[in-house]
Design a protein around this ligand. Sequence first.
Ligand SMILES: Cc1cc2nc3c(=O)[nH]c(=O)nc-3n(C[C@H](O)[C@H](O)[C@H](O)COP(=O)(O)OP(=O)(O)OC[C@H]3O[C@@H](n4cnc5c(N)ncnc54)[C@H](O)[C@@H]3O)c2cc1C
Length: 295
Amino acid sequence: MKMNIIVLAKQVPDTRNVGPDAMTPEGTVNRSALPAIFNPEDLNALEQALRLKDQNPGTTVTVITMGPGRAAEVIREAMYRGADGGYLLTDRAFAGADTLATSYALSVAIKHVAPGADLIIGGRQAIDGDTAQVGPQVAEKLGLNQITYAEEILSCQDGKIVVRRHIDGGVETVESALPCVLTVNGSAAACRPRNAKRVMKFKRALAPMELKPGTAFADLPYADQYEKRPFLKIGQLTCADVDADLQQCGLSGSPTKVKAVENIVFKTKESKVLTGSDEDINGLMQELLASHTIG
Ligand SMILES: Cc1cc2nc3c(=O)[nH]c(=O)nc-3n(C[C@H](O)[C@H](O)[C@H](O)COP(=O)(O)OP(=O)(O)OC[C@H]3O[C@@H](n4cnc5c(N)ncnc54)[C@H](O)[C@@H]3O)c2cc1C
């Protein structure tokens, strides 16, 4: 079955390698101190999409990412691994989006670029915001079924998908009609590596905003290149391009405000070694009750 698959991928700061300079004094993320990477579970999601593409000739895998110009890097990375292309959803009006505004923007973009998509696959969770809300919210906004915590697509044919989910205490096998939204766990199969031939083919694939004066690619004759080699063009979409309601985008569409982010580094003097004795356990319970951690 020939399918049209959308993969949602986010570029995130590598919060797995947080050092003391990871936060600014104002409590925001110091992005320059953390390398920008492909959100790890989005790579698991991409692999599931690419497996379907391998099994179903003629299937297309298109990546959508919302972020600044540099986020086009995740689209190129996905193309190196087998995706057909992608769209960078980028506009000042999208800045400061919480999960509600993010899922709104992604859902209008999906309606715009792939109104007949069979499957929308994302990671379970992004490692910076850590909410795991975006996938389910996209499904809700598009009025589609959703399967979360997916670990493996067991079959996908005749308008139906069967998926093994990893849930607390076991696994579950579920079936859904297509189209549907899937969010994939980090415990799913790892993404295949870059393919050297694809790296050579797509290393100069760029979104138009990456061609701005002052950027590394500014002097390349890309208007010509895009004509001759359309596969080098990464799509770029603004709020207006996807006909998004400005009130539902970015800060104005975001009821959640992150007031502060604290970088907590535990020091030895703040830890306590307890035995399993009644006395120690009682003492711990008293402390936790007194600090309102429990109770
Ligand atoms: C420290 C911190 C705390 C935050 N706390 C909250 C909060 O409590 N409530 C809130 O609403 N927002 C919060 N945010 C904002 C939130 O991170 C962003 O709104 C973000 O755009 C989406 O949420 P997420 O990263 O949690 O995504 P998740 O819901 O964890 O992401 C799930 C999947 O959705 C897809 N996806 C998510 N974002 C994008 C994107 N930009 N482009 C393409 N695909 C995407 C990916 O496939 C991803 O794996 C917080 C941000 C930070 C940095």
